[in-house]
Design a binder for this molecule. Structure first.
Ligand code: NDP
Ligand code: GDR
Length: 375
């Protein structure tokens, strides 16, 4: 019988890191994760998986590290001797990448190179398989609908340009050193533990807070942007499947359904019994309550609960993403299970639960959750 496999996950404290850790542990893996040192504890998403190191039979272990530190990456990979590496660590926010472009390139582009070099230097080329978190942002200025593995790239942000380097260096090391390295070109995927400044979570948090009478209005940027939104839980399975194949290949992972930010917002408000109508255009557009059966809080008809704030517009927008994942469906036998409607429901329900708890704590004098709506 084959022994327990070992996986190393960079970006283990992020959304995908948390779902992938749980998935691999359930598959019987020994899971190692790299977390950054921070002044506050940053393991909230994986605390339920944590095992006290003083206990025996440890299957989940965290290491301090950073993708900008080559020596650290080499040391951890040498110590762990992983069968599989999942490179999920990244400065992953498209808009923020304009504020910190060099850091974004250092982590997202050169960080990927550092991992590939570590595998090569440590002579692990025949043992260690690599999954690279590539992205639908590579398509950027879209000239083909839907986008597949054959669609040309046209990055529209420092983030996407850095990820473009990551994509091609993975292909290059695969061809030059015969490494088992794959790019997963994943379209947007969300969950109740999605970072709070990505648009879906920003919306579901605001919907919960408005329904509970804790917030008046939600300010958004471009409501016309269309995204192919899936669930992170479905997508981490695809990452794993890519590394179980006979030969390394790149795959698009998507649902094939695209929704505007405006419609996502409407669907989220509908979950708490608020029907919205959008009126106006561009920066003047507003979302008005036209029906409300909200049991938590009375919201008068005509109330403006969504407004556009141009501060959230992108310098160079990616207008529409819609993925063709037929290759993954055929080769990996993968398909998404959770629809965008189910995703919205799950996220709104989770945020309602979170903010009901928050409200109780607040009423007892505790300031607990940040309401950071800056991005
Ligand atoms: P998150 O932003 O939730 O997580 C990113 C992770 O990377 C966090 O653990 C973060 O640590 C870590 N990280 C950031 N910078 C560094 C660094 N310099 N060194 C080490 N670790 C670092 O992203 P997701 O989980 O949503 O995405 C996972 C990956 O997939 C990312 O590479 C992202 O770009 C890519 N991707 C995501 C998609 C999505 O829709 N979610 C779609 C396509 C690709 P910390 O917690 O300390 O900040
Ligand atoms: P994205 O995700 O840029 O696609 O990158 P995000 O949720 O930030 O934006 C999606 C779309 O919504 C529009 N938008 C807003 N976005 C934010 N964040 N805040 C707003 O207020 C707002 N209003 C409208 C944006 O303009 C955009 O069109 C995510 C990240 O996870 C990347 O790491 C990943 O590679 C891609 O998805 C696939």
């Amino acid at each position: 019988m084959q022994g327990r496999k070992t996986a190393l996950i960079t970006g283990v404290t992020g959304q995908d890191g948390a779902y992938l850790s749980a998935f691999l542990l359930q598959k019987g893996y020994m899971v190692h994760g790299i977390k950054r040192r921070s002044s506050l504890i940053n393991t909230e998403r994986i605390d339920h998986l944590y095992q006290d190191l003083h206990e025996g039979n440890i299957h989940f272990k965290l290491h301090y590290g950073d993708l900008t530190d080559a020596g650290n990456i080499i040391r951890i990979i040498q110590e762990v001797q992983p069968d599989e590496i999942y490179n999920l660590a990244a400065m992953s926010h498209v808009k923020v990448s304009y504020d910190i472009p060099e850091y974004t390139a250092n982590t997202d582009a050169l960080g990927t190179l550092r991992i590939l070099e570590a595998i090569r230097i440590l002579n692990l080329t025949d043992k260690t398989r690599l999954y690279q978190a590539s992205t639908s942002e590579l398509y950027g200025m879209v000239h083909e609908i839907p986008q597949s593995e054959r669609t040309p790239f046209y990055p529209r942000s420092p983030y996407a340009a850095a990820k473009l380097y990551g994509y091609w260096i993975v292909v290059n090391y695969r061809e030059a050193y015969r490494m088992f390295a794959c790019n997963g070109i994943l379209f947007n995927h969300e969950s109740p533990i999605r970072g709070e400044t990505f648009v879906t979570r920003k919306i579901t948090r605001a919907v919960a807070r408005i329904a509970l009478g804790m917030q008046d209005k939600l300010y958004l940027g471009n409501l016309n942007a269309k995204r192919d939104w899936g669930h992170a839980k479905d997508y981490v399975e695809a990452m794993w499947l890519m590394l179980q194949q006979d030969k390394p290949q790149d795959f698009v992972i998507a649902t094939g359904e695209s929704t505007t930010v405006r419609d996502f917002t409407k669907m989220a408000f509908a979950e708490v019994g608020i029907t919205l109508e959008f009126v106006g255009e561009g920066a003047e557009e507003i979302g008005v309550v036209v029906d409300s059966v909200n049991l938590n809080y009375y919201i008068p008809l005509g109330t403006v609960v969504v407004a556009v704030d141009p501060r959230y517009f992108r310098l160079a927008e990616v207008d529409i993403l819609i993925g063709d994942s037929s290759k993954a469906r055929k080769v990996l036998n993968w398909e998404p299970r959770i629809t965008v409607k189910e995703l919205v429901k799950e996220m709104v329900e989770a945020d309602l639960k979170l903010f009901k708890r928050d409200r109780i704590l607040r009423s007892n004098g505790h300031e607990v959750l940040s309401t950071d709506d800056r991005w």
